[in-house]
Write a protein that binds this ligand. Structure first.
Ligand code: ACO
Length: 310
């Protein structure tokens, strides 16, 4: 029985339509200077559906892995914004990709991709061989475009990877998943409704729970922040990233940031940043990567992985 996995191929997808801060200024009482200073976001991509973006990123990941479709034995789609209540969006994605395997959605808000990656390792540990792990959200569909407190933040995107079982321990060295449901009032959307958020309180708690979760994963991996070659935080707000990385003692040069281009894409945020770094050649075999996210629920998740490519 295999005990771990390694990422074999990856892909990302962003809708074509770009909404800049100036575009938003024409729609509501805000401006580029305020958004840039308070969030670090300059533009975001809007459009598509959760299934269409998932299919696009997953096709790229499958092609890069070079693995045959019939070898994939499971699909985990992390999303807060499914296309339908029933069935799971992963069913549409599985069918469109031509896969015949188990498929399910997972919702842990913006921590969802790391949750899905950890859950995939649970499946590998009990005998699965190759899993497609996707993080996709279309938050623009549940954003109130008249609320300047949230509309400036949220956007759409997807990231996917194939995780293959290996016998030599795999690349996941330490992980943590957490949630505190008593805080759900800070960030929620009712079925059919828009996102409501207490931005200041989310901000305050986000830094603490990211740092706590990261420290748990680092301790489980038996490493320190000095050993981390790249930190990949949830792309919610540049100030949250700065504060969390400062507390962890990780300089911004060792941090992956794409949110100026993407906004907060929830489940897609960490894979978009991780695979952007990989595509730019920022990762070498043996590098330790710390992924750390937080989200509604209030969830947190982190993982320390050793980057390994054939
Ligand atoms: N443009 C211009 N002015 C604005 C805007 C805007 N878009 N939004 C608020 N303001 C004004 C406010 O009205 C307020 O004015 P006042 O002082 O005259 O009352 C002033 O700017 C300051 O507002 P704050 O809400 O105090 O601004 P803050 O510095 O807290 O920034 C923000 C707000 C960006 C939302 C911040 O709190 C934040 O990023 N919080 C975290 C949110 C987050 O990460 N959420 C995602 C969680 S992950 C998930 O699961 C989806």
């Amino acid at each position: 029985m295999a005990s771990g996995g390694v990422i074999r191929g990856w892909g990302t997808a962003l809708p074509e339509k770009v909404l800049t801060n100036d575009d938003l200024s024409a729609m509501m009482d805000t401006n580029d200077e305020w958004i840039t200073e308070r969030t670090g976001i300059k533009r975001r991509h809007i459009g598509g559906t959760t299934s269409s973006l998932s299919i696009e990123s997953a096709r790229k990941a499958l092609a890069m892995s070079g693995l045959p479709l019939e070898s994939i034995d499971g699909l985990v789609l992390s999303t807060t914004t499914p296309d339908r209540t029933v069935p799971a969006t992963s069913a549409s994605v599985q069918d469109a990709l031509g896969l015949r395997c188990g498929a399910f959605d997972l919702n842990a808000a913006c921590s969802g991709f790391v949750y899905a990656y950890v859950v995939a390792h649970g499946l590998l540990a009990i005998g699965a061989k190759r899993l497609l792990v996707i993080g996709t959200d279309t938050l623009s569909r549940i954003t109130d475009w008249s609320d300047r407190g949230t509309a400036i933040l949220f956007a759409d995107g997807s990231g996917a990877c194939v995780v293959e079982a290996v016998d030599n321990g795999g690349q996941l060295l330490g992980w943590d998943i957490d949630a505190d449901g008593s805080l759900e009032r800070l960030l929620y959307a009712d079925v059919g409704g828009y996102i409501h958020m207490d931005g200041k309180e989310v901000f305050r708690r986000a830094v603490r729970i990211m740092v706590d979760s990261a420290q748990k994963s680092l301790a489980k991996a038996g490493v320190s922040t000095d050993d981390v070659a790249l930190c990949v935080p949830h792309q919610a707000n540049a100030r949250i990233i700065d504060a969390a990385c400062r507390q962890l003692g990780i300089p911004l040069e060792r941090t992956a940031v794409v949110l100026h281009e993407t906004g907060n894409t929830s489940s897609a945020s960490i894979p978009l940043a991780l695979f952007d770094a990989a595509d730019r050649g920022r990762l070498r075999n043996g590098d330790l990567v710390l992924m750390v996210g937080f989200g509604a629920g209030m969830t947190a998740a982190s993982a320390v992985i050793e980057w390994r490519q054939p």
